[in-house]
Design a protein around this ligand. Structure first.
Ligand code: ACM
Length: 649
């Protein structure tokens, strides 16, 4: 009887929620604007054909054929022209009349039993429709090699989709660690699958100059190489006398053209960054006369360096600087077809200008103090240089000043406020705040993560909204995630830091703001993990780990709190130094008192009976320090408030 009641209940629930459950079975990232799932399936077969009506769609069709044929082993062919649409076909169609609601990047995707139709206003929309189509197939579709015994079937659906923002970027720093062009191409391929459309290539910094400039062979002869070091970035010994600089590399102009063309096929614009006037040590190590000090420095191998000792800033008043910049940006502008060039502009410490007779004289001539004056002057001159090459300028938010011409775009990294201020002054803005979009930060407990700094958990990424309240949306171009690579020495680690947080960013940049749903996002992320497994792309499973934190008891005593990002996990713990499992104490949401004599808490997460997160062994001293810092912060805050209240009286 109980069994019968259960079946009846289950049946009613299934009838009531059937449609919802069908939708739930999809794993599309980023979440589309609208999806409706129908009954039935389309089965991909060896005789399936891809049909395109004209040449405009044929590039996307060839990519699709390649992506279907590699894992299926089929020889699905592309047929151009009117041809019969009988049989098992995938039709890629450019709309005869423009559908304004779809814009340049939107698409519709209709899957019925014998036919798939992707329609868009142009090839870019078809490309995104193709990415969605691939995500409807089993995750094994990501495999670069044939996967046997798979039913390549996708559900009948009707999808309408278009992006929230036009700028959906990811940045890769190839200066701190060099990544060969093949790695860069793979990275671009991966980001394009999730509908990112800007690849920001951070090509120069203190640790390496990565772009060939014709007529300046020393730049890549010297500036692209540093002495090899392994271990913890920031602690490395500087070059030793006679030591050879063998670590590094650079892209020839031919390499760059190849990467740009590869990206273009995937509708990704490559945004080159030449970071000036600071972060220029590789350039200055090559041409010492470009800094105010004129001293010979080495390309930094990842040593801690004090800004007062080593000058990584260009001398603004030096004519040679402008000759070099003109030469560099002329070639950069010719190599990269995109609208913008990124000129850096971040973290320019002014102490060298303040001590430089040439810069002091220039400032005096301009009637400004060096301290406030020279960066705005520098950026204005940079703009002239960039505009003269037929490009628009974008830079990090330090470039913002009252006189900055409004055609210069600002990339906001020191939080959202600089971007908000820039948008209010009518600058185009890309939001890339470090606290929500810096992929080099920790994504889980530092006790079990590769060494880095800060913290950016998946959920924080997911909550990122590039459009601040009260800002006119027309000035927010979109958003971007940035992967600085001080602590990223390999391709696998770059992937680990990028995924799944960039799934969250892709939703922040593409999906409607009102469609955020954390549990459903996690469900889709887990589906995407299967796809990344098949595609042999590394990702982080940090979202499964427990979040260990401290609470303060009434007597300022230490209490331990445990939580998870992924809903529905159980956390088990011990204080006695043994390894916890699901037969140990389960955290029930009440902060834990620390038993006398305990020196650590050991924690692990389970889903049902299966361990799912990493075990974290957390010394209580770590938590005690955290608690003391918190108490100190609170005290300082209280003091500040009291002072403010007294001043107000
Ligand atoms: C930056 O993170 N310095 C742009």
């Amino acid at each position: 009887m109980r069994k019968f009641t259960f079946l009846l209940f289950a049946g009613i629930v299934m009838c009531l929620t059937g449609a919802g459950q069908q939708q739930q079975a999809l794993r599309i990232v980023p979440e589309p604007v609208s999806v409706s799932v129908q009954n039935g399936h389309f089965l991909l077969r060896p005789d399936t054909r891809i049909m395109v009506s004209g040449a405009e769609a044929s590039g996307v069709a060839s990519l699709l054929a390649g992506m279907l044929n590699a894992p299926t082993g089929y020889r699905i062919a592309v047929q151009t022209g009117k041809g019969t649409q009988e049989g098992n076909v995938i039709v890629l169609r450019i709309n005869a009349g423009r559908d304004a609601s779809l814009g340049n990047e939107g698409y519709t995707l209709r899957v019925s039993e014998g036919q798939v139709v992707i329609a868009a206003n142009g090839p870019q929309g078809l490309f995104y429709g193709m990415q969605t189509l691939l995500q409807l197939l089993p995750p094994a579709i990501g495999s670069p090699a044939v996967v046997e015994n798979t039913r390549w079937e996708l559900p009948c659906v009707s999808i309408t989709d278009y992006p929230r923002f036009g700028w959906r970027g990811l940045m890769l720093d190839v200066s701190r660690h060099f990544f060969p062009k093949e790695v860069v191409k793979q990275y671009i391929n991966e980001l394009a699958r999730y509908k990112f459309n800007v690849f920001h290539w951070h090509l120069t910094d203190d640790q390496g100059w990565r772009i060939e400039i014709k007529g300046m062979p020393e730049l890549t002869g010297t500036g692209a190489w540093r002495v090899p070091r392994t271990g913890q970035w920031g602690t490395f010994a500087p070059p030793q006398p006679g030591e050879k600089a063998t670590d590094g590399g650079y892209y020839t102009q031919e390499d760059i053209r190849e990467v740009v063309a590869y990206a273009k096929e995937r509708f990704v614009t490559v945004l080159p960054e030449i970071d000036v006037p600071a972060h220029c040590l590789a350039l200055i190590a090559t041409y010492p006369h470009l800094s105010c000090s004129g001293l010979q420095y080495d390309v930094n191998p990842g040593s801690r360096f004090l800004k007062k000792d080593i000058n990584n800033v260009l001398c603004v008043a030096n004519d040679s600087v402008w000759q070099v910049l003109d030469k560099v940006f002329t070639q950069v502008a010719a190599l990269f077809p995109g609208e913008y060039i990124h000129v850096g502009g971040d973290e320019a410490h002014k102490s060298f200008w303040e001590a430089c007779p040439k810069d002091l004289a220039l400032a005096k001539k301009l009637g400004i103090t060096v301290k406030e004056g020279l960066q705005p002057y520098f950026e204005k001159k940079m703009r002239q240089l960039i505009v003269a090459k037929g490009k628009k300028m974008i830079g990090w938010d330090e470039i913002l000043n009252d006189e900055l011409p409004v055609d210069i775009a600002v990339m906001s990294w020191r939080g959202m406020n600089p971007g908000t201020a820039a948008a209010k002054r009518k600058h185009p803005v890309v939001m890339s705040p470090w606290g929500q979009a810096y992929l080099d930060l920790y994504q889980g407990d530092p006790l079990v993560e590769p060494n880095t700094y800060g913290m950016l958990r998946l959920k924080t990424c997911y909550e990122f909204d590039p459009l601040p309240e009260g800002v006119d949306p027309q000035y927010i171009l979109g958003g971007q995630g940035n992967l600085w690579t001080e602590a990223v020495p390999t391709q696998r680690q770059a992937e680990y830091m990028t995924w799944p947080r960039s799934f969250a960013l892709s939703e922040a940049f593409w999906s409607p703001a009102g469609k955020r749903n954390w549990p459903d996002f996690i469900r889709r992320v887990e589906q995407q993990f299967h796809y990344l497994d098949a595609a042999r792309v590394k990702y982080a499973r940090s979202m499964y780990d427990a979040i260990i934190d401290v609470a303060k008891g009434s007597d300022d005593s230490l209490k331990v709190t445990l939580a998870t990002e992924v809903p529905g996990l159980d956390v088990y713990y011990t204080f006695d130094g043994t390894n916890p499992d699901n037969f140990c104490a389960r955290y029930a949401g009440v902060p834990l008192d620390v038993p006398k004599g305990a020196t650590q808490v050991r924690v692990i997460t389970y889903r049902g009976r299966q361990p799912i997160g990493q075990q974290i062994n957390c010394p209580l001293s770590v938590l005690q320090t955290k608690l003391e810092k918190r108490i100190k912060r609170e005290m300082q805050q209280r003091q500040r408030q009291q002072e403010q209240q007294q001043q107000a009286k």
